[in-house]
Design a protein around this ligand. Structure first.
Ligand code: COA
Length: 329
């Protein structure tokens, strides 16, 4: 039997961050750095971090509940969670979120693609809806890098913050489809440029006192990787959607560095305002950064606006998609 192709639409967006704020001034007290250096090189003023008593579940559940609104959690068929800083290696964060929400019917799994995880997860979940397998899916990006940083390393600890962002997507008719195009990429040969090693297997179990090493990063290489791949990825998906890059109304790019966002705008010949930015408040929240920025900006979008989402990160991974905006209830 030939099935009619289906579409996918947004039915809710939500985000949550921990209440504890660490400002650049706070970091000046523990690191050889300055507010001026951090702001001018990254655009970051402060970041949120979880308290020792919290883990990623609290902010995950808050973000999902906001995205769900009045939707009954029992209507959710699928939960995909993008995270690379899970509280447990198993059960997955997705299964913990499923239990906390009482989304009892949902199949739930985590997806690991670091800071590109939300793009990979949204594309993955959308396939189930467009194929007609499922009707409603919750896609969450959550990371708590504060637990995996060496807070004495000024080259990494200034960059990251904790956060969660979620979208609820629903199956709709082919004519009302909002996901116009998507493209995801990986280059494992660049894995060493940004890594977080799980060292559990490397120690006799009795001597294990630490599960992971801290984040290792070649900042300059990652910067170059981002400013070359992201403009290409945006152009690729704009073309796939039958549009030109100038037709795009807003870009929600992974929030890693304001200079990266400004460079993308310049390469695309766009005004800077086209690139949504909230990095000054949150730093790099990894898989959460795109849905967090989406949640904070969507109220200014008009029906029919073309929204480009673009991410990059460890793997190396990168990807982009084009969303045709339509207000939801
Ligand atoms: N405070 C003060 N000085 C610092 C510093 C800090 N937090 N971090 C580095 N420096 C110093 C360096 O030691 C260096 O000093 P030197 O010139 O005396 O050797 C100088 O500042 C320049 O360092 P450099 O690493 O070249 O700075 P940069 O302009 O490349 O900025 C990053 C560093 C990390 C901000 C930038 O490379 C970056 O954002 N890269 C991308 C990282 C990223 O996005 N990662 C996540 C991807 S998902």
């Amino acid at each position: 039997m030939i099935e009619t192709p289906k579409g996918v639409r947004i039915a809710g967006i939500g985000s949550a961050t921990p209440s504890k704020v660490i400002s650049n001034r706070d970091l000046e007290k523990i690191l050889d750095t300055s507010d001026e250096w951090i702001k001018s090189r990254t655009g970051i003023s402060e970041r949120r971090v979880v308290e020792p008593s919290e883990d990623s579940l609290e902010i995950s559940v808050k973000a999902c509940q906001k995205a769900l609104g009045n939707t009954d959690p029992n209507e959710i068929d699928l939960i995909v969670v993008a995270t690379s800083t899970p509280d447990f290696l198993y059960p997955s964060t997705a299964c913990r979120v499923q239990a906390a929400l009482k989304a009892n019917r949902a199949a739930a799994f985590d997806l690991s693609a670091a800071c590109t995880g939300f793009i990979f997860s949204l594309v993955t979940a959308a396939q189930f809806l467009q194929l007609g397998t499922y009707r409603k899916a919750l896609v969450l990006g959550v990371d708590i890098h504060s637990r995996f940083l060496d807070w004495t390393d000024r080259s990494t600890s200034i960059l990251f913050g904790d956060g969660a962002g979620a979208v609820l997507i629903e199956q709709t008719s082919f004519e009302e489809n909002q996901l116009l195009s998507h493209s995801i990429h990986s280059d494992g040969s660049g894995g060493c440029d940004l890594s977080l090693k799980n060292v559990s297997g490397g120690y006799p179990s009795g001597k294990l006192n630490k599960q992971t090493e801290n984040v290792q990063m070649n900042g300059r290489k990652i910067y170059q990787f981002a400013v070359t791949t992201i403009p290409k990825a945006i152009e690729e998906t704009a073309t796939m959607a039958g549009h030109k890059p100038e037709d795009i109304n807003y870009l929600i790019c992974h929030q890693a560095n304001q200079r990266i966002l400004d460079s993308v705008a310049e390469k695309m010949n766009w005004p800077k305002e086209k690139c949504i930015s909230n990095i000054s408040k949150y730093g790099n929240t990894s898989a959460a950064s795109i849905p967090l920025a989406w949640d904070e900006s969507y109220k200014s979008f008009q029906n029919g606006d073309l929204i480009s989402l673009a991410g990059f990160g460890a793997g190396l991974t990168w990807g982009s998609l084009i969303w045709k905006w339509k207000e939801f209830n």
